[in-house]
Design a binder for this molecule. Structure first.
Ligand SMILES: Cc1cc2nc3c(=O)[nH]c(=O)nc-3n(C[C@H](O)[C@H](O)[C@H](O)COP(=O)(O)O)c2cc1C
Length: 389
């Protein structure tokens, strides 16, 4: 993992897509061990505007990469939805997707400007790793279905390597065309020697146990399931079963591994408590980017009550509608310990591969630091509800 403040990479390994630090291409790729197979990053985009422009071209009729990604009814991702695959939008009328955006809009921050100048410390510990920022690439999947813009493996690699290069970490998702014997989510983490967090759909227990064992063997720092994947329209369309999980089943999964277990997709304090009682190590407040049930509240709206209920027992993370460091700070002020970024990291991977993802994460990091300076927060521990205006 590159240290914070280090420059953008100059070389990309053509075997595994990892970004090599430094001025010269190393003899062997530190990630996959292949020798001498590098391409220069000179032809890669150098700005986020360029990355987003390329993503806009590649995602024609799927996502227009709007300056504001809010799930409004007139957005391309929403308006052609009826009967078609969900694409980049939200389920149904997109109300849950939109509510994520609106809930963050309703949060306001106080400026606190009298005091010394400082460089904020955003260092974040996660399962024994030290990350440069409390920001992860969210678990996502299925991008090879969108205009053939990228292969599934290259998408997974781009998010893993781009996140690592910025001092962040990518989570990897699971979708209906991933199989036990062909699963780009876990395979990309295996290829990266465990440097990613697999989140599996709530498949049948035996399949999950096999996948979790692979995550452990790969050296992943944590593993989990997206409970709300029980509402996946992609699995329903493909006729693949996904399940609600009982507390006993959840406990069984937790006990099947020594890795910290993540429950993603929690929107209610009772669900959060049930997860903690089943032994999970992290709770992720999420409505899946508004893709599994229409008309849920925004995640920023439900986050404080969930933190109040279980935040003293386990770290609570959150995602949904977070587009810049200002939004990250709002979520941290509401009580989250870290955040996940979905759509913007997808667009960055499609528009600029690993370099695009690195640019995206660096932008989030920079704007988080700016927001911390403006609100007088020296480090993550000094962020809290006192910042809310
Ligand atoms: C196209 C797409 C695919 C997704 N695939 C998965 C997945 O495989 N597993 C998962 O846990 N969540 C998945 N998600 C949800 C994200 O992990 C995350 O919860 C959500 O995107 C956050 O909202 P945001 O996109 O507004 O940042 C997906 C989201 C999108 C937009």
């Amino acid at each position: 993992m590159r240290k914070k403040g280090e420059k953008m990479a100059k070389f990309v390994c053509t075997s595994c897509g990892s970004l090599a630090p430094g001025e010269n291409a190393p003899a062997r790729c530190p990630s996959c061990g292949e020798g001498g197979k590098y391409r220069s990053t000179e032809l890669e985009p150098t700005t986020l505007e360029e990355v987003r422009g390329r993503a806009r071209d590649k995602l024609k009729n799927i996502c227009a990469v709007y300056p504001i990604c809010d799930g409004a009814p007139d957005r391309i991702c929403q308006k052609e939805n009826y009967g078609k695959a969900i694409g980049m939008g939200g389920i149904g009328l997109g109300r849950s997707f939109r509510n994520n955006y609106l809930a963050l809009e309703a949060v306001h921050l106080k400026t606190r400007l009298v005091g010394d100048s400082f460089e904020p410390d955003t260092t974040f510990s996660f399962s024994g790793l030290t990350l440069a920022m409390p920001i992860f690439g969210a678990s996502t999947s299925g991008m090879s279905q969108y205009n053939g813009a990228i292969t599934e493996m290259d998408f997974c690699r781009a998010t893993i390597q781009g996140c690592l290069a910025s001092g962040s970490l990518s989570w990897r998702g699971d979708t209906a065309f991933y199989r036990l014997d062909s699963h780009p989510g876990i395979e990309s983490i295996e290829e990266a020697r465990g440097q990613g967090v697999p989140i599996f759909k709530p498949r049948k227990q035996d399949d999950l146990k096999q996948l979790i064992a692979r995550a452990e063997a790969a050296g992943a720092p944590a593993v989990g399931i997206d409970l709300d994947g029980a509402g996946s329209t992609n699995f329903a369309r493909a006729g693949q079963p996904v399940y609600r999980k009982t507390p006993q089943e959840l406990r069984e999964l937790v006990n099947t591994t020594s890795l910290p277990f993540i429950a993603k997709g929690v929107m209610d304090p009772d669900d959060a408590q049930a997860c903690v009682e089943a032994g999970v190590a992290f709770v992720v407040v999420s409505n899946h980017g508004g893709r599994v049930l229409d008309s849920t509240p925004g995640t920023a709206e439900v986050l404080p009550a969930i933190v109040d209920r279980v935040g003293h027992q386990v770290p609570v993370f959150v995602d949904g509608g977070i587009r810049n460091g200002n939004d990250v700070l709002k979520m941290l002020a509401l009580g989250a310990k870290a955040v996940l970024i979905g759509r913007d990291v997808i667009r960055a991977a499609i528009g600029g591969g690993a370099v695009g993802v690195e640019l995206q994460l660096r932008h989030l990091h920079k704007t988080l630091k700016q927001a911390m300076v403006m609100t007088g927060c020296h480090d993550l521990a000094s962020i809290g509800r006192h910042l809310l205006a």
